[in-house]
Design a protein around this ligand. Structure first.
Ligand code: BGC
Length: 717
């Protein structure tokens, strides 16, 4: 790909370089295509008009193995005399976020070609080489964590020639993922001054994106904007939880009426603090939401307003964290592709949006990052332990290698995709088999003296010891349970693919036996939930009774963290404790999903009490207000409350088995599956549930304890 083009860079330039190509196209053009990518993120303009709608192209991949190249049809932008300008910022390639993956000698580089076909059959091609020019742009600084600085008064010296770089091309691939695009625009709901005298804008919703500003301020005025998710207890600006991410926008005004928005960075915020302007007019500001370009396919609605706000928050959590890579959060100095968070949320994500292309690309990166040992890194792309083979491969994080391909197959039914990930799945199970200190379990990894790197455990579980982020569920218990679960997924996948999985079946039953000889007692809600949901508990009745007791003893509240929460309600409702599952869903006191809603949450919080009742924060360190993991509860609402699941992979056949609860009054769930739209609705009338179920293909409907085999149609019970 781009065989005749050369990687080019700028020598001795500060800020973000702007690569320039001037050319004539005096004859009639039939088609012009720009094929381009950057080491960094780029923004291309042809004759002043933006090329394409991909924000922060080329997105984020394991660049040294897979570097996406974009193609844009630019025919309509061509004039007789043309100027192509492409500005490059550090982005994920060599910005602060790139951490251990940052090249030893980072250079912002560009490679591409512009091919113009003329109506007379002739063709011109401008490939990147030393004939391209480069100048300093008005973007004086751009970094994903720290933001963007633009100086409208800056005048670049005359452009110089670009320098050709010795950088490989073998890793170049065609664009594979979704483009990051602007998907909506929000007007501030108010501008106000805090008790501390700060001028703030409130967009009423936490978003991921940028802000566009319009200003008429005098030349040289410095407008300085910083971001926050929350106000502190006194109502002042609070951004300590962004940690080292400066997340700022600096604009030096040129003195005319000007509109500006960052081009090479992004932000997570609800509030903006604006310094440098005497007054704020909300009409001068717009928040522009960015997100990978996915189609919304699922919706939930119920008779309880607060629950609907929770559903919205889960959707916003997904939009805000699906910026080319599934991230933990969009604001602080992380924004990384944490594998644990991704595996926790993927099922819900696939109900809400068409995520097939998005995850397909990310799973290719996961595959590229899998180590020879089978280890899967904690973040993909792996920017934390880039140069090491012996990486931390925590249980429930690395299991993304089995869970994600399987969920993708369940939802979208693409056998080819499953096949392409099968080897990764098996190798991950192989890693656990190799690394354990006890055959047929996964033990010892928490023990550094045995070479273990430690598990994240039930991350942020509320039963953690004072000062720890790790819940009190036993590390070996969780790891062995996930070893079992992942082995089971390899078996399921292998059977779909017609593979011989007999050795995995034998392993699966050995893990079951050994697990039950070893872990005879479940001490926490998470341990109960895993044993039940993964099918490890030999006595389901006793296990669910224990789980129910632990919940009751905790005032009908959960204590689970990242590992237990996604399965907690399933463990209850699948074993006859549906009412208790709803009690947790509808619980409003801390800790619960609706606690955050009552505190004004507009996205999902990382911590159950990120903000306490008195307005103080639980910590400044691990306290994001846009972390989608606990949003996995929406998956339960689709699958258990509304009862919509794929009876066959890809919804070739649908199952609708709702489990209603009168406290909601009614619930509607809609999902545009690959077979068409499924609607499950129930409503209480005179104390009885009435159902309207609409299926686009053959389906099994289960209501009132009866099972009906039906074909496409609408059914009422
Ligand atoms: C991230 C998480 C992640 C975790 C690992 C955090 O800093 O924000 O969401 O999964 O580290 O335990």
């Amino acid at each position: 790909m781009l065989d005749n083009s050369k990687w080019i860079a700028a020598a001795g330039i500060d800020g973000c370089p702007e690569f320039i190509k001037r050319f004539d196209a005096a004859r009639q053009v039939s088609r012009a295509v720009l094929t381009v990518t950057a080491a960094g993120v780029y923004s291309a303009k042809l004759n002043g008009s933006r090329v394409g709608s991909f924000f922060l192209a080329p997105g984020w991949t394991v660049y040294n193995k897979r570097h996406q190249v974009q193609k844009y049809d630019v025919t309509k932008l061509l004039l007789e005399k043309n100027e192509l300008r492409i500005t490059v910022g550090s982005g994920w390639y060599c910005g602060e976020i790139s951490r251990a993956s940052k090249p030893a000698d980072p250079k912002l580089m560009l490679i591409g070609e512009l091919e113009i076909r003329f109506a007379d059959g002739s063709c011109e091609c401008y490939v990147t080489d030393e004939s391209w020019e480069v100048a300093e742009s008005k973007i004086r600084y751009a970094d994903i964590y720290n933001g963007e600085h633009y100086d409208a008064t800056f005048e670049s010296a005359a452009p110089t020639h670009a320098v050709v770089c010795d950088y490989p091309r073998e890793q170049l691939i065609s664009q594979q993922g979704e483009e990051i695009v602007f998907c909506e625009e929000l007007r501030p709901i108010r501008a106000f001054v805090t008790p501390a005298g700060e001028k703030l804008l409130d967009f009423g919703q936490e978003i991921t994106g940028i802000v566009s500003i319009r200003t008429r301020a005098a030349r040289g005025t410095k407008i300085h904007i910083t971001c926050a998710e929350m106000l502190d207890a006194a109502g002042n600006f609070y951004n300590e939880n962004y940690r080292s991410a400066k997340s700022e926008m600096i604009y030096i005004c040129g003195g005319k009426e000007e509109c500006w928005q960052p081009e090479l960075s992004f932000y997570g915020f609800r509030y903006l603090k604006v310094e440098g302007l005497d007054t704020l007019d909300v009409e001068d500001f717009r928040a522009k939401v960015i997100c990978s370009d996915m189609r919304r396919i699922g919706r939930l609605n119920s008779g309880i307003g607060k629950l609907n706000r929770l559903f919205d928050n889960v959707v916003w959590g997904q939009k805000g964290n699906f910026v080319d890579v599934p991230t933990d959060c969009p604001q602080r100095d992380e924004r990384l592709g944490w594998t644990g968070d991704a595996q926790v949320f993927i099922n819900t994500a696939c109900y809400q949006f068409d995520t097939k292309k998005f995850y397909t690309k990310w799973l290719e990166d996961m595959k590229a990052n899998q180590r020879e040992s089978g280890a899967i890194p904690m973040v993909v792309p792996d920017v934390l332990e880039t140069n090491s083979q012996d990486i931390k491969a925590s249980t429930a994080w690395a299991d993304a290698a089995t869970v994600c391909p399987w969920q993708l197959y369940r939802h979208f039914g693409d056998l080819g995709l499953l096949r392409s990930h099968f080897d990764m799945m098996k190798r991950w199970v192989g890693y656990m088999t190799d690394r354990t200190t006890t055959p047929d379990l996964w033990t010892g990894y928490n023990d550094a003296s045995k070479g273990g790197k430690g598990h994240f455990g039930d991350w942020l579980g509320l039963d953690a010891k004072e000062g720890s982020y790790v819940g009190s569920s036993d590390g070996d218990f969780i790891a062995s349970a996930f070893y079992y679960y992942s082995t089971g997924l390899v078996i399921k996948a292998g059977k779909e693919l017609g593979e011989d999985v007999s050795c995995y079946e034998a392993l699966y039953s050995r893990i079951y036996d050994k697990f039950n000889q070893t872990f005879t007692e479940y001490k926490t809600q998470t341990e109960c939930a895993l044993a039940i949901y993964f099918g490890l508990a030999p006595d389901m009745k006793a296990a669910v009774a224990k789980l129910a007791r632990l919940i009751h003893e905790n005032g009908d509240c959960l204590t689970t963290g990242f590992v237990g929460t996604p399965y907690l309600l399933y463990a209850l409702s699948e074993q006859g404790e549906t009412e208790l599952a709803y009690t947790l869903l509808l619980q409003e006191k801390f800790p619960s999903w609706l606690y955050a809603v009552n505190q004004g949450a507009t996205t999902m919080w990382e911590h159950w009490d990120g903000k306490k009742e008195d307005g103080s924060f639980w910590s400044r360190d691990m306290n994001s207000f846009n972390h989608y993991a606990y949003g996995a509860v929406a998956g339960w609402v689709f699958e258990e409350a509304a009862g919509i699941t794929p009876e066959l992979p890809g919804f070739k056949k649908v199952r609708v088995a709702p489990k209603p609860d009168a406290r909601l009054g009614w619930l509607t769930a809609e999902v545009d599956t690959p077979s068409g739209r499924v609607v499950s609705e129930w409503r209480y009338e005179n104390g009885e549930a009435r159902y309207t179920i609409c299926v686009p293909c053959d389906a099994v409907i289960v209501v009132g304890g009866k099972e009906y085999e039906v074909s496409a149609g609408t059914y009422m019970y």
